[in-house]
Design a protein around this ligand. Structure first.
Ligand code: 5AD
Ligand code: SF4
Length: 425
């Protein structure tokens, strides 16, 4: 409803379509039979997910018409860079960015080391300005359904790791489909992330059933089911899933081996690359602030994310979870996360960058500040209330009532001039 605008399909070139949103064009993957030029469609994450009747589309567009242009003006205003005194070194790096030149490692290090108030402000404003110039005011809002907190892995950082004593839940196939239907039919979501621990109780067959039913709701099915084997991802693509979130967690192979016992970074990267090769819209990234992390690790994390050519970057701060080997580690400062968002935007203009729930937990203003530092995508937790507290990957996760979250998110997007058009590919 409020966070997805239909567009008109104006051109088709093989499997790529061009969708027009009030004159603004986005490329989308056409993955839908019987679609033709002139149809009104919904796209999410760069994938065309459903076609609606002209009458319905025109009705919705009528309500958006004025607001759409008003939002654009607000965004353009907020994305202007103010002239403030800043360090020479920063100005010369930002000039390079504006000239589309790749930044050197030392330059990334000096951006990461910035601490002056004005310098930070200028870096965030520049990242936001680039976001606006590259993507316009489009912002995707995806729902996330955490359907099982059972996990066969034992990641040191995670509060639902196998060895943790915890009340476990698994949603039945029916419950998952019913929850997804409610989110789509009653709340208007057009993309749902189906997330769980690494839980093989959900066999390929069960997952296929879920994916097919959720896809039938006319939305983008986004998987986040951890490290599963290649046949699982392949069959779920065939069943209709079109996006997958799998973070590499850290680019430091030693840290990876220590914190994710029994698995290696290489093996994870192979699955991430395979997911991309299958044609999934790929979301990947890392946890920021893991114990022992150096600034070299942070830069490597950003560069590794870029090299995987994801359609979406997902990174959140490490937040300790009680009852895990890392329970006493310290929290990251908010600026460390904002810098990572801004740096990722400055190194990869085309990226779509998510503000994660972990960041929202770290700081109440994360959504707003993240969106103003280069991010352009959000997620809303749609997990049923009775399960939500048990998906405790870290402590004190924000737990906002779904209706309230939807309302507040829409209000925030309006105040920032962001429109729920598709991000395109
Ligand atoms: N803090 C922040 N993020 C975490 N994750 C797991 N544990 C934590 C934690 N303590 C992230 C991992 C995983 C995703 C589902 O949650 O990056 O991929
Ligand atoms: Fe399981 Fe993922 Fe947590 Fe690791 S991070 S223990 S794989 S849920």
């Amino acid at each position: 409803m409020c966070y997805a605008i239909p567009g008109k399909l104006v051109e088709i070139k093989k499997s790529i379509g061009i969708v027009d949103y009030f004159g603004e064009k986005k490329n989308v993957l056409i993955d839908y039979s019987n679609v033709k030029i002139g149809d009104y469609v919904y796209a999410q994450g760069g994938v065309l997910v459903s076609v609606i009747s002209e009458r319905e589309a025109l009705e919705i567009l009528e309500t958006w018409k004025e607001l759409f242009f008003e939002l654009k003006r607000t965004d353009e205003k907020l994305a202007r860079i103010e002239t403030i005194p800043a360090s020479k070194n920063l100005l010369s790096i930002l000039q390079k960015v504006n000239l589309n030149k790749a930044l050197k490692r030392e330059e990334l290090h000096s951006l990461l080391a910035l601490s002056g108030k004005n310098d930070l402000r200028l870096m965030y404003e520049t990242a936001n300005n680039i976001r606006q110039k590259t993507h316009g005011n489009a912002c995707c809002v995806h729902g996330i359904l955490e359907f099982s907190n059972v996990c066969e892995s034992n990641c040191f950082y995670c509060g639902i790791r196998k060895e943790k004593t915890l009340q476990r839940y698994r949603m039945s196939i029916k419950e998952i489909i019913d929850t997804a239907r409610y989110a789509v039919k009653e709340l208007g979501f057009k993309a749902l992330v189906l997330q769980s621990g690494e839980d093989n109780w959900y066999t390929i067959e069960k997952l296929e059933k879920i994916v097919r039913a959720v896809r039938k709701l006319g939305i983008l099915v986004f998987l986040s089911i951890g490290l599963r084997d290649k046949p699982t991802y392949k069959r779920l693509y065939e069943a209709g899933a079109r996006a997958a979130l799998l973070r590499f967690e850290t680019s430091n192979a030693n840290t990876f081996k220590t914190l994710r016992p029994g698995t290696t970074l290489e093996e994870r990267l192979e699955i991430i690359r395979y997911i991309k090769d299958l044609g999934f819209v790929l979301a990947t990234g890392f946890i920021a602030g893991l114990p022992g992390e150096t600034s070299e690790d942070v830069i490597n994390n950003i560069l590794l994310a870029k090299s995987l050519k994801p359609e979406m970057y997902s990174f959140g701060p490490f937040i300790p979870a009680q009852g895990t080997p890392l329970e006493n580690q310290s929290l990251l400062h908010k600026d460390a996360m904002l810098k990572i968002i801004a740096l990722s935007r400055l190194t990869d203009k085309d990226s779509n960058i998510l503000v994660t729930t972990a960041f929202e937990t770290l700081d109440a203003k994360a959504k707003r500040e993240g969106l103003l530092a280069g991010a352009n995508s959000l997620m809303i937790n749609i997990t049923p209330k009775k399960y939500r507290d048990f998906y405790s990957i870290y402590d004190k996760r924000i737990n906002i009532d779904l209706q309230k979250n939807v309302k507040e998110t829409i209000a925030l997007l309006h105040s920032l001039g962001r429109a729920p058009t598709d991000l395109g590919i």
